[in-house]
Each structure stands twice: as structure tokens, then as C-alpha cells.
Design a protein around this ligand. Structure first.
Ligand code: WTA
Length: 663
């Protein structure tokens, strides 16, 4: 941007105005000129030979110790990319950059939550040193290639250092969201059979210090974890178990400065990330190295049009896939500068995010609809207090964004100048897959866009036939599958096949999302999950997980959980509970039951309401008809109840829900 007398000149319009008021925007000539991709023919060209297309991208974007022998192979429902290629993620994220002019460029600018604490800036060289040393520290603890390492850290730079140190020595990281409970941590560590856990004493959240070590201590009970590495972040006086617990800073003192990066096979596992499926037990989504890195690199570069002078801020927590790909791997592979913030978006005031954008001059900002809805409620006076003219591109992810939130974001944060890139993807897909590209457009509220070049998604009806323009159906991905797609569910090949490659056969990936074909060019509007997975404030949660936690309570005979619409969080769980004989509903019991869920999963899963009922609507074969409960919560007609074994319960349920609503 042109500087005039130290003041930033009139901000550039990155999108052209919408004179016809159709709510369709296009990139401005400035944006087209600057964008990495601006020629629409990329879609057609990449579609002719997607395998060759990705091979060229993998070659250009990444450093391979040895090139692959074969680019793509498919053995349904499995597939592999860059077979025989040798690569290391941490080498690509740091070593490559320190021999270029990026050597002393800021890799991470970290803003702590307390206002009186200084920011931390890590250059690529700093990051390189820390990763090497921590990789050696892990080795000294006996961690080697293929071992699993649990990471239970808040948003501090040690999280990227830990992830990349694992990748450097070929260990598999499994990051667990720091707000998850000890019980959630335990089940994930157990499933992954982790050898080491990396955590912190505590961290700041809304001005308070959260004692993370206490949760970690509880969470590792009964697991295979032998050593716990503890980052001193909050200065808490936490108990350290002799022989098991080690301070990060002490381990680092003795660690050698260089660690040879392990040449990994392209298809070696890079990480496992647990996510909610349709059962009570979260599943370990497995991502491998070469393909994931290729998709991370190119989607970060093209979706957000990142250049060397940009400051990229993805607000997602590292505990989610968005944090993995866009707050760690993607930006670092590119040698970009990213911002990272420790705390709550609205602390100490609802303008904290906007203050951060102004302070550092963030140019690309990627967040979630739930956050936008929260800021809509706070009001536009908060962003108005700040100079947000450094912003160039805005992104959103995690759930469908409604028109009102889109337009608010567009005008109040982007000043009507910045395109909104609405990216559709999943933990399973590793990187974004459906969105408009900044230099091509269009930018339409509620419409994500087209398949990323080199990938193909279509919308099918129940019989597997493609639906036409304007019609809705199930979103699927066609082969060749995107390089960053999951390669399996940890230790559960059956579930992998059943969840993703059974609905339409083993050569079509079923996304579990509904979608509408928007127009002739195959722009897509997403419609939400078709299964029993909720999005609570953008966090993925299976109704079955909450039900399992509920039925673990001694008073609960049966429970059904469904999402209820929520103004800010999008959806929240509500529970219908049948008590065992001898138990009476009471407020105290309700509190106890709710606490049980929070303990089992975390605060995200907290039911908004508990309805004690005599019976749940069931089919003749005894299956709970959640569809009826869902409709009740949405205030929609319950539809056909003739297939129910006990249609009479519907009236009781209606009365209970209506009673609660009128309270
Ligand atoms: C939903 C998040 C509409 C979708 C990266 C998907 C979206 C699930 C969008 C995956 C979007 C994600 N528009 N819906 N732009 N992005 N979703 O695994 O239902 O946490 O299946 O990954 O979020 O959630 P996950």
C-alpha cells in the first residue's frame, strides 16, 4: 500500500462495488493484478489432468529429499499420493526459509491476553532453533519415528514448536483442544497410545489463569504416557512428579542446537486429530505427510492470496483442524508472517480483536461465523473505534454463514473493500476444498464457491444421480481425491469405510453435508450436516457423545440429544432425559447432570436445557426418532408420526418444550 507522510493512503478497493445491488461482488482490477491466481481457465486446465496438476504443485511448493515414483494410486476405499517420495514437514516449514532472505523475517507474532505483557516475535531463525532443540529434547525422552505424542497446550508459540519438533523426528502428534476436559484428554491419549504429553502450567482466559496442569494430571491417569513436558506460561506453582514431569525450559537448556530432519515417506502419518463422528466415541482422523503439506501450502497461498508483505491471522485454536493447517503448517510452509493471540476475543472489551488488527496491521483475517455473530450482537461501534484499513482479505469457516452475518462482516470489518472467502472443508479433508478464489470471485453471501482447482465435488440425490442447478442433495468428492484427504481412522478401518465410502460406493467420498448447486459454473451453497453432528460455536460435536455422557449418570435411563438453534453459537445441545424408577426431576439433579456432561467432554458440550420426560419418541423397532425432537426445537411441524410406536408422547414433548420457551 502506498505510504503518504507516514499515513496509509486511502485503502484500496479489493472488490468492485455492486451497482446492480444483486449482492454479488467481483475482484477489483487491483486485486486481480496482485492475486496469485486470476485466470478462470485454471479450473478447466486442472480438471483435464488433476494428477499432473497436483504433481506440479507438489514439486513447486515443497522440498522433497527424493521425488516420488508414482503420483497417485487408488485401491478403493484407499488412495495414496506421491508414492515413494521422501519429505519432512519441519524442513519445509523452517530449514528452507533460513537460507533465504526470510531468515530473520517474523514467523509468529504472538499477542498475550494480558494487556501489560509484551508481545513475542519469533523469526524463522528463532523458530528453526527452537524446533531443532525441542526435537532433540523429545529424542532424549525416548520419542522416535512413529511414536505418538499428545499435545495439550493453549495458544502459545510452543504449540507450533512442539508440533514441528514431532514432525522433524517423525513422531505423530495428536493435539487435544486445551478447553477439553481431563476425561476427553484421557480417551484420546488412550486411543493414540501416546508416550509423551506436552502441556503447560496454565494460561490466561478472560483475565483468569486456567490451571491446565491439573487437568493434564487427571487426564493421563491410566494412559500409556510416560513423560509430561510442562511449559511455564502462567507461573503457577504446580506439582511436578519426580521422574515423570519435566519443565520445558529445563529440557531445552541441555538440548543440542541441530537435529537432522527424518526423511519421511510421503504416506507416513504426520498427525492424528480426533473429531466427532456419529457415535459416542471421537475418531482419530489420520493425515499423512506429502499430500497434506501440498494441499496446506497451495490452499493457504491461493485462498488467502498471501504475499510476503502480508500479515495473516487465523483465529482458530490449534486444537482444531483449522488451527493445524492455517495457524501452523500452511503459513509456515509459505514463509509467511502470522499473528497468534492467546486469549478471549472480547477481553477486556469487545474490541480486542479489532485492536489487534489495528496494532499489528493484519492484512488477512480468517475466522468463524459464530465469532462474527457474537460481534454483530456487540454492535458496530466496537470495530468503528479502530483503523481496520490494513485488511485486504477476509475469510470464514466452520459452518454455513447467514446473509446478515456475511454483510456485517463485509461492511463493518472489511469496510466494503475486502472479498470474503467462505471456505468449506472438514477435519477429514485436511485443507480447504470449496471456496471462491480472491482473484476470480464471485463473492456471494451464503455461497462458498467452486471446488479448489484439481478437485471435484458434485451434489447427488438419494439414488446417486447428479442434481441440477438450483437443486439440493448430498455433497460428495470424486476421485482423484484431494491430496490432503484423510487416509483412515486410527485403528478403525471399518469405520473409515462405513462413514465415507459406503453411501455412494467405495469410489465416492461422502462428506455428510447437504448442498445446493447454485449456478451453471457449479458454485455451491452448503446446507449443514446430514448426520447427527452439531456445530456448537463452530466446534464439532456428536449428539451421541453428549448422550453417552448423560446415560453415564446413575439417574438416567435414556437420553436423546438434539441441536437447538442459537443466535450466536449457531447450535447448542438440548437433552431429553428419561429418569430411572425412583428418581424425581429436580433442579439439583439437572445441575448435576449438566455438570456430568461438562466433565466428560468440556464446556462446549454443556446442554442448554434438560427436559425430563416420561418417554422418547421411538420407531416400532425401538430406535429413537431424533428427527421429531429436532423439529420441536426448531419450532417446525413434527411431520408424520404414524411410524412411531408411541405417538402419544409427542404431545407431552410439545408441551414441555413450549413450557420452557414461555418461561
Ligand atoms: C461445516 C472445519 C458451511 C460442514 C474446517 C463440515 C461448513 C463441518 C463450512 C466440518 C462452510 C465447515 N460452510 N459449512 N464454509 N466449513 N463447515 O471437521 O458441516 O470441524 O462438514 O472442520 O463443518 O467441521 P470440522
Amino acid at each position: 500500500m502506498e505510504q503518504k507522510h507516514g499515513k496509509i493512503a486511502e485503502p484500496i478497493k479489493w472488490v468492485v462495488e455492486d451497482p446492480e445491488r444483486k449482492e454479488v461482488w467481483w475482484p477489483s482490477p487491483e486485486l486481480k493484478k496482485r492475486a496469485w491466481v486470476s485466470d478462470e481457465s485454471i479450473y478447466e486446465q486442472s480438471g483435464k489432468d488433476p494428477i499432473a496438476f497436483w504433481a506440479a504443485l507438489a514439486r513447486e511448493g515443497l522440498h522433497w529429499f527424493k521425488e516420488w515414483d508414482k503420483t497417485y494410486e487408488q485401491d478403493p476405499p484407499y488412495f495414496r499420493w506421491f508414492i515413494g517420495g521422501k519429505i519432512n514437514a519441519s524442513y519445509n516449514a523452517v530449514d528452507r526459509h533460513i537460507s533465504t532472505e526470510k531468515r530473520y523475517k517474523a514467523a509468529i507474532i504472538w499477542e498475550p491476553e494480558p494487556l501489560d505483557e509484551p508481545a513475542r516475535v519469533l523469526t524463522y531463525y528463532d523458530l528453526y532453533r527452537e524446533i531443532n532443540k525441542f526435537a532433540n529434547a523429545l529424542k532424549s525422552l525416548g520419542v522416535g519415528k512413529g511414536d505418538r505424542v499428545g499435545i495439550y497446550l493453549p495458544m502459545i508459540p510452543e504449540v507450533q514448536i512442539a508440533m514441528l519438533a514431532c514432525a522433524r523426528i517423525g513422531a505423530i502428534h495428536s493435539v487435544v483442544f486445551s478447553a477439553f476436559s481431563a476425561d476427553s484428554l484421557r480417551s484420546r491419549l488412550m486411543d493414540a497410545e501416546a508416550k509423551v504429553l506436552i502441556t503447560a502450567d496454565g494460561y490466561y482466559r478472560r483475565g483468569k489463569i486456567i490451571n491446565l496442569k491439573a487437568e493434564a494430571d487427571e487426564g493421563i491417569k491410566g494412559t500409556t504416557v510416560e513423560k509430561v513436558v510442562v511449559v511455564k506460561r502462567a507461573g503457577l506453582n504446580v506439582p511436578m512428579l519426580e521422574g515423570r514431569d519435566l519443565w520445558w525450559h529445563e529440557l531445552m537448556k541441555g538440548a543440542a542446537a541441530y537435529c537432522e530432519p527424518e526423511p519421511m515417506d510421503s504416506e507416513d502419518t504426520l498427525f492424528i486429530l480426533y473429531t466427532s463422528g456419529t457415535t459416542g466415541k471421537p475418531k482419530g482422523v489420520v493425515h499423512t505427510t506429502g499430500g497434506y503439506l501440498t494441499q496446506a501450502y497451495w490452499t493457504t497461498k491461493w485462498d488467502f492470496d498471501i504475499h510476503d508483505d502480508d500479515l495473516f491471522w487465523c483465529t482458530a485454536d490449534i486444537g482444531w483442524i483449522t488451527g493445524h493447517t492455517y495457524a501452523c503448517y500452511g503459513p509456515l510452509l509459505l514463509g509467511a508472517t502470522m499473528l497468534m493471540y492467546e486469549g478471549a476475543p472480547d477481553y477486556p472489551e469487545p474490541d480486542r480483536w479489532w485492536a489487534i488488527i489495528e496494532k499489528y496491521g493484519v492484512s488477512i483475517f480468517y475466522t468463524a461465523p459464530t465469532a462474527i455473530r457474537m460481534f454483530v450482537k456487540y454492535g458496530e461501534e466496537w470495530p468503528r473505534k479502530h483503523d481496520l484499513s490494513s485488511l485486504r482479505i477476509l475469510g470464514t469457516v466452520g459452518e454455513p454463514i447467514d446473509r446478515e452475518a456475511w454483510l456485517w462482516y463485509f461492511y463493518n470489518i472489511g469496510g466494503g473493500r475486502c472479498p470474503i472467502i467462505d471456505t468449506w472443508w472438514q477435519t477429514e479433508t485436511g485443507g480447504t476444498l470449496i471456496n471462491s478464489l480472491p482473484g476470480i470471485g464471485p463473492f456471494i453471501p451464503t455461497v462458498a464457491g467452486r471446488s479448489f482447482p484439481g478437485t471435484r465435488h458434485v451434489v447427488l440425490d438419494e439414488n446417486g444421480r447428479r442434481v441440477g442447478v438450483g437443486e439440493t442433495g448430498s455433497l460428495v468428492q470424486l476421485s482423484p481425491f484431494a491430496p490432503g484427504m484423510l487416509r483412515g481412522i486410527y485403528k478403525d478401518p471399518e469405520r473409515y469405510k462405513e462413514l465415507y465410502f459406503s453411501k455412494y460406493g467405495d469410489e465416492i467420498y461422502y462428506t455428510h453435508d447437504g448442498a445446493k448447486v447454485w449456478d451453471e459454473t457449479y458454485n455451491i451453497r452448503l446446507g449443514g450436516r446430514e448426520d447427527d453432528v452439531m456445530k456448537v460455536a463452530g466446534h464439532r460435536l456428536a449428539t451421541a457423545e453428549v448422550e453417552t455422557a448423560l446415560t453415564d449418570h446413575e439417574a438416567v435411563a435414556e437420553a436423546a440429544v438434539v441441536p437447538a438453534p442459537h443466535e450466536i453459537k449457531g447450535e447448542v445441545p438440548v437433552a431429553f432425559v428419561v429418569l430411572k424408577k425412583g428418581w424425581e426431576p429436580s433442579e439439583a439433579l439437572e445441575k448435576e447432570i449438566v455438570a456430568k456432561v461438562v466433565k466428560a467432554i468440556g464446556p462446549t458440550a454443556k446442554p442448554q436445557a434438560v427436559f425430563f420426560v416420561h418417554d422418547l419418541p421411538k420407531t416400532r423397532s425401538g430406535k429413537i426418532m431424533r428427527r421429531i425432537l429436532r423439529s420441536l426445537m426448531k419450532g417446525e411441524p413434527v411431520g408424520d408420526t404414524t411410524t412411531l410406536m408411541n405417538p402419544e408422547v409427542v404431545e407431552e414433548l410439545k408441551a414441555r418444550v413450549a413450557g420452557a420457551a414461555s418461561k
